[in-house]
Design a protein around this ligand. Structure first.
Ligand SMILES: Cc1cc2nc3c(=O)[nH]c(=O)nc-3n(C[C@H](O)[C@H](O)[C@H](O)COP(=O)(O)OP(=O)(O)OC[C@H]3O[C@@H](n4cnc5c(N)ncnc54)[C@H](O)[C@@H]3O)c2cc1C
Length: 445
């Protein structure tokens, strides 16, 4: 059964988080955006309100929300501030490898702690010299007795500066590429772990991004998230579960920009009338709404697949690159509708535009999503239509006529020319390909 309506519980969650975002986050965030600093107190408020770590399984004391609930939640936070959405939901990104891994003892040790206490966990695959090419990482993991020793630098790590724990991906040998990748839960206060300065950014300035340096960091075997050879697949599975949330960030930000634009258009008077009376503005608004709605459908589909045991990889990629790219168009159009005010820091649209630019870069750029989707379509997609050369496109013959059943038709597989007769011609009269280019298309079968 197809169902697009939210359940009463989901609606209640949406209303609660919406109220939280507007009352708690919105008024506080401008100051931190200007300062370029993460408001940890807002993360704490989100934690206390129950909007962080929502996907931790019940077995470990968590809420075990599905991805649908999580995308409902993230849309609302991002509608107010995409940077806070990134910071709050970074814990989910850091935790997914732990849910998916084989190390039950690790889950038993850390998950209840993260449910009870205000702990942050970040996710670290990227490095100064690599982002898209995850298999090309250089951070080394060397087995020493029962432990691993980590050496290297992770870069661009969201919340690195405020995290207690880190899901760190490394390699036993860069030459092994995918087969060398492993992952570990590292505690920030362990010897040899240091975090770099906060990286100044165009947008999402209230989310912390920093590098992590690992110098002879000893990781006990109990903290292995993925053994060598299993880390790459784990990272990819993690992204399949988290990319719908990035799509939801985009939906939220695009939706609020659209709402600001609608409000402005209904009130702004130009040439003696409201600008909402101009067709050019109306069409923009129609397209903005169309993009917000279609993006949300794609995001929910990917989340639904993940919640129902279907591999969401392709839907997650489609949702991410569609929603994040259309959000750029929507927010840009919203800024245009607000005219000069849209360009100022006195209104929220310029911040949304700066913030959302990141969505098509992190967790796999738009180019990477296109690689994933094109790889699927070209190699695994099962077409429903016959191949072009087999199509029974029978022009010039009325199949309703009883005599049609006595006719034989041949189609040139090169140019599509149709020949009627018991035998194909020796040569196609249209493209001059030989007899062998012809295929019998009628009678069918
Ligand atoms: C603010 C911020 C927060 C981040 N948070 C995290 C985090 O928490 N954890 C983490 O691990 N990483 C994080 N990242 C890193 C992010 O995931 C990477 O920046 C991203 O994956 C792109 O990698 P890159 O920057 O190295 O670009 P590159 O991989 O060097 O790519 C450069 C350009 O080339 C394109 N390109 C690359 N390969 C191909 C190809 N095969 N075909 C066509 N085009 C290609 C890319 O799409 C891009 O446009 C964050 C980044 C930012 C900016």
């Amino acid at each position: 059964m197809l169902q697009f309506e939210l359940t009463p519980q989901q609606k209640e969650l949406q209303a609660k988080v919406r109220e939280f975002a507007i009352k708690e986050i919105l008024p506080a965030i401008w100051y931190y955006d200007e300062k370029g600093e993460i408001p940890v107190f807002l993360l704490k408020k989100a934690f206390v309100a129950g909007f962080m770590n929502t996907d931790i399984p019940k077995k470990y004391g968590g809420k075990e929300f599905g991805l649908i609930e999580n995308v409902i939640l993230t849309e609302e936070i991002s509608a107010v501030c995409p940077g806070m959405a990134t910071s709050i939901f970074d814990n989910s990104l850091g935790l997914v490898p732990i849910y998916l891994c084989e190390n039950e003892k690790l889950r038993e040790k850390y998950l209840p702690l993260i449910v009870r206490e205000f702990k942050r966990i970040c996710f670290a695959t990227s490095e100064p010299t690599m982002g898209s090419d995850v298999a090309g990482m250089r951070c080394r993991a060397e087995k020493k007795g029962n432990d691993y020793i980590l050496n290297g630098t992770k870069y661009w790590i969201t919340n690195a500066g405020v995290s207690d724990y880190m899901s760190v991906f490394a390699t036993i040998d860069p030459a092994k590429q995918h087969e060398g990748i492993c992952a570990f839960l590292v505690e920030k206060n362990w010897e040899g772990v240091s975090v770099g300065q906060s990286i100044p950014k165009l947008g999402q300035r209230c989310s912390n991004t920093a590098g992590i340096n690992l110098k002879n960091v000893r990781v006990p075997n109990e903290n292995v998230i993925a053994e060598p050879g299993k880390g790459f697949v784990l990272a990819m599975k993690t992204f399949s579960r988290t990319r719908p949330s990035i799509g939801a960030f985009a939906v939220g930000a695009a939706r609020s920009a659209m709402e600001y634009a609608i409000d402005y258009a209904k009130k702004r008077r130009v040439f003696g009338t409201n600008i909402s009376n101009f067709e050019a503005i109306q069409f923009k608004i129609a397209e903005m709404y169309q993009k917000v709605e279609t993006s949300r459908l794609l995001v929910w589909k990917a989340a639904w697949e993940a919640d129902n045991g279907i591999d969401p990889t392709i839907s997650a990629s489609i949702a991410k690159f569609y929603a994040t790219e259309t959000a750029m168009e929507v927010v840009n159009d919203a800024l245009q509708i607000l005219g000069g005010y849209g360009y100022t820091k006195m209104f929220p649209v310029e911040k949304l535009l700066r913030d959302i630019r990141l969505f098509s870069i992190y967790e796999g750029t738009s180019e990477v999503q296109r690689l994933i989707v094109s790889g699927h379509v070209l190699n695994n997609y099962k077409p429903t239509m016959p191949p072009l050369e087999d199509l029974p496109l029978i022009r010039g013959l009325d199949l309703n006529e009883p005599s049609a059943k006595n006719v034989t038709a041949w189609r040139c597989r090169m140019c599509g020319h149709i020949h009627y007769g018991e035998e194909p011609p020796d040569e196609c009269p249209s493209c001059f390909f030989p007899k062998t280019a012809f295929k019998k298309i009628w009678p069918v079968g």
